[in-house]
Design a protein around this ligand. Structure first.
Ligand SMILES: CC(C)(COP(=O)(O)OP(=O)(O)OC[C@H]1O[C@@H](n2cnc3c(N)ncnc32)[C@H](O)[C@@H]1OP(=O)(O)O)[C@@H](O)C(=O)NCCC(=O)NCCS
Length: 318
């Protein structure tokens, strides 16, 4: 067990201990992280690529940091990723978060980690994390994406001009040779054709509609035909009983990209609103997808419950 004294102003936290965790402590610490990281804690004995550090006050777990390392490979520098950093609310602002991260950095450095990364979503706690990153000499966090959250209730209640009107206007103007179809009705011949077209097309590959096919949501994963040729799609996944993630959205740039792609998105949202009341939707837009980022801010904001920014920060350890 390692002991790290806390700063003297934090009287209540002075008895805190920072501990390299072993699998034995997994069950008492797993409440301090997301459920999907719990198996990592339980694998600590056999998995040397996972590091977990805990903070205890008077024997009670109050903080946890977990990181993983890529596998040793001569061709690649050893990189680590902070997966989780958490301090219980009543022990925050006493230096524990910083101590956990410092300890994690030292432990990872000892295991040969050369570069460490943390990814997080903007939240009320981000300023505290960012303060720690500055103090620990990390590079400034870079925004990587917008992550948007909506609900069918919000879409229904949004003030006019609401999505259904917007969709109606576009549908009125849509030439007859453009037609939506359910992605589940994609024919094998169309799939083969798309796969061939994708081979030489980086943009299509980026928005590959065939990833994670078993999670596809049949209700509103849609394609767009133009003269019987597929020119676009919006692919959705059901990520929870009440939540659909709008994952891949693409329209052939030769076919006026934004107008047609937003039409696909609007049509998919309309299907969810009409057929799955009281459910939620989420989607992510890469920050370098400038037209879509602008579209989110200009047009979609009224329908969104929340827009969070995804950040990535790195630190060179050695
Ligand atoms: C982020 C988190 C781990 C920080 O833990 P913590 O124990 O409070 O961190 P520390 O006390 O070591 O440091 C926090 C620093 O931020 C400062 N801070 C706190 N709130 C702040 C705010 N709103 N604006 C600016 N600085 C702030 C504190 O004063 C402190 O700086 P100081 O050391 O110069 O006084 C904690 O807030 C948390 O668990 N949040 C929820 C999970 C999370 O967001 N994790 C990060 C993504 S994985």
């Amino acid at each position: 067990m390692n002991y790290s004294p806390l700063r003297s102003s934090a009287t209540a936290a002075q008895s805190a201990q920072i501990i390299d965790l072993s699998a034995n402590q997994a069950s008492v610490y797993e409440a301090l992280t997301y459920p999907h990281f719990a198996p990592l804690l339980h694998s600590l004995a056999e998995n040397a690529n996972v590091v977990a550090v805990g903070a205890e006050v008077e024997g009670v777990p109050v903080g946890l940091a977990i990181a993983c390392l890529n596998r040793p490979d001569d061709a690649m520098p050893r990189q680590g990723q902070v997966l989780s950093l958490f301090v219980t609310p009543d022990h925050r602002n006493r230096g524990l978060g910083r101590l956990l991260l410092t300890h994690l950095e030292t432990e990872l450095g000892d295991r040969g980690c050369q570069q460490l990364e943390i990814r997080y979503l903007s939240s009320p706690q981000s300023p505290a994390l960012e303060r720690i990153l500055v103090q620990q000499q990390w590079f400034a966090p870079q925004a990587t994406a917008l992550v948007c959250y909506a609900s069918t209730d919000r879409v229904r209640q949004a003030p006019p001009p609401h999505l259904v009107d917007y969709l109606g206007r576009w549908l009125d103007r849509l030439p007859a040779h453009y037609q939506f179809f359910l992605w589940t009705e994609l024919t094998p011949a169309e799939r083969t054709d798309l796969e061939q077209r994708m081979q030489g097309d980086g943009l299509m590959q980026r928005f590959n509609p065939f990833l994670d096919a078993d999670r596809l949501e049949p209700l509103n994963s849609l394609g767009l035909h133009c003269d019987n040729r597929i020119i676009g799609w919006v692919i959705t996944y059901r990520i929870a009983a009440d939540t659909i993630r709008y994952t891949q959205m693409y329209v052939d740039p030769a076919s006026q990209p934004l107008s047609r792609s937003t039409l696909l998105l609007a049509k998919a949202i309309q299907l969810q609103v009409e057929q799955l009341p009281h459910t939620k939707g989420t989607f992510r837009v890469d920050i370098d997808n400038t037209p879509m980022v602008r579209f989110v801010h200009r047009r979609l904001k009224p329908y969104l419950d929340e827009v969070r920014t995804a950040y990535c920060a790195i630190k060179i350890l050695q």
